[in-house]
Design a binder for this molecule. Structure first.
Ligand SMILES: [Zn+2]
Length: 307
């Protein structure tokens, strides 16, 4: 992390990361400097990045987002943890929709966003990649050290005995136990869900844990659930080692992502973001490119690598 002598700019009172943004123009007036040039300069100044990605990097792979460009819900809110563990009907509905959505979810392939970040990791440009996505597309593109902040949908865990099983094998179990649901089709929803409506979910049979008969849950962090502390601690430690925070494709509306911007701001770690819409951290972000990452990439390809 850069050693800083001053926390604020005495003239403007702006915190350091904002001041750096202004200085980055190097004598040119701000309105003549495009955000993309600012971002290129930012990447040059900060060769080791903490990168936080959100749903926006996977929409190009056909995985829908929950939120629109204003950060508002554009679909019904996802399942809540308490609902899932307390109500059998919620679990029946969840797994029935998952049975239908999974086959589409598994067809998603990594796109240029994922491949670029894997390249950045291999060239030493990334201190830590952290994703809010549960689709494992970063890993499939070749990223080896990504932290799945909200878990991964390709695994299931038993809430009673901790046994983990693969989602792929479980799909066959769901189909075997519920052949009438296997025939159904529905529009794909975020996170491997599908818009299966007007269906009697009470007839859906949810398989129990094969080891103990307990309650199975996808190995993802549901809304209303806490992220394992060790996972958060590892990510925060990496943020402190990084030169800067780069947010890609996230509105940061969920606190678990916004937290990294707050910590960065409190520790004078500069923040840049590439996101087509508003983010919850707009006040903290020094450099912001309001585009999709894949649309910004052609302008960033000749930016230096961090090796
Ligand atoms: Zn179990």
């Amino acid at each position: 992390m850069a050693v800083l002598n001053v926390a604020t700019d005495g003239v403007s009172g702006l915190p350091y990361h904002r001041r750096q943004y202004l200085l980055a123009t190097d004598g040119r007036s701000l309105d003549k400097t495009s955000a993309i040039d600012e971002l290129r300069a930012f990447l040059e100044r900060h060769p080791r990045l903490f990168v936080l990605t959100g749903a926006g990097v996977s929409t190009g792979s056909g995985i829908p987002e929950y939120r629109d460009e204003r950060g508002e819900w554009k679909r019904p809110a996802p399942v809540q943890y308490q609902d899932f563990v307390k109500r059998e009907h919620t679990r029946q509905r969840y797994w029935a929709r998952s049975l239908v959505g999974w086959r589409w979810f598994t067809r998603a392939e990594p796109n240029s966003c994922h491949y670029t970040l894997a390249d950045w990791e291999h060239s030493g440009r990334i201190e830590q990649l952290v994703t809010q996505n549960v689709d494992r597309l970063h890993q499939r593109a070749g990223s080896q050290a990504a932290i799945d902040l909200h878990g991964r949908l390709d695994r299931i865990t038993c809430l009673d005995c901790g046994t983990r099983i693969e989602r792929d094998g479980f799909q066959q179990q769901l189909i075997d136990d519920n052949p009438e649901f296997a025939e159904r089709t529905a529009d794909i929803a975020p996170d491997g869900d599908a818009y299966l409506e007007n269906v009697d979910f009470s007839r859906f049979r949810v398989p129990p844990c094969p080891a103990c008969g307990g309650m199975l849950k996808p190995d993802v962090v549901f809304f209303g659930e806490t992220i394992p502390k060790a996972r958060v601690d590892a990510a925060v430690a990496a943020l402190h080692r990084a030169d800067a925070l780069l947010v890609i494709g996230s509105s940061l509306m969920v606190y678990s992502g916004f937290r990294f911007c707050r910590i960065a701001a409190e520790n004078d770690i500069p923040i840049a973001a590439i996101n087509p819409g508003r983010t919850r951290a707009d006040d903290l972000i020094g450099v912001k490119v309001e585009r999709r990452f894949e649309d910004a990439l052609p302008y960033l390809q000749d930016a230096p690598t961090g090796t």
